[in-house]
Design a protein around this ligand. Sequence first.
Ligand code: ADP
Ligand code: MG
Length: 235
Amino acid sequence: MDEIIIAENLVKDYPIGGGNFRALNGISLKITSGEFTGIIGPSGSGKTTLLNIFGALDNPTEGSATVLGKQVEKLSHKEQSELRKNSIGFIFQTFNLLPIYSVYENVEFPLLLAKIDDNERDRLVREAIDHVGLTDKIKSRPDQLSGGESQRVAIARAIVKQPKLVLADEPTANLDAKNSFHILDTMVKLNEVYKTTFLFSTHDEKVISCLRRVVTLNDGRIVADEKKEKVEVCC
Ligand code: ADP
Ligand code: MG
């Protein structure tokens, strides 16, 4: 399957004060397997709303979103949950780690949910932690990690099941420039190693120059979609 995401004329209205607020206003977009794409745009432009639809966390008001061959708005709640659990990795701005668990246990969590057997689970967890460069922190708890390290744990957790698609909503928003570049570099490496398709949102000017494809949103519309042959080295 070559096309990982096909969005056709997506509209999202949120009910407010007896009326509707149109957060997405006719988004059409295709993301091909193995792409590494940034969605940029000012706060309020619709980035999170769009990623939530692609992640089967929310339904569009109009239009359709086909993700990994499934038309998400036509799926039942259970089917949407299966799609999220089996095929999509999520990375959030606020890391969302489980505070009482170690790095190892946080990364292991999605594999426990998926009932992967012990040996295979251990192998996948160690491999993912190694890819994000945190093997020496494998027993640490989140409160013993820096922001950049916490986000790298979240990345390891997102890729541990080797999903075809990773959605990341402003993953560098709480990090300084050095850590933002490190996070981006880690995602670029994983995109190459696993051929994972990455779609992430940012309004972080620092990281935009490192991207091959940048889709710009404004007021719920795509106002630019640029592909570059050459990109700057991030770190
Ligand atoms: P971004 O992620 O680019 O900052 P969002 O997708 O979060 O943008 O929001 C787009 C617009 O939709 C914003 O104006 C926001 O206030 C509005 N919005 C988002 N979620 C809701 C909601 N649940 N109810 C009402 N309005 C919302
Ligand atoms: Mg947002």
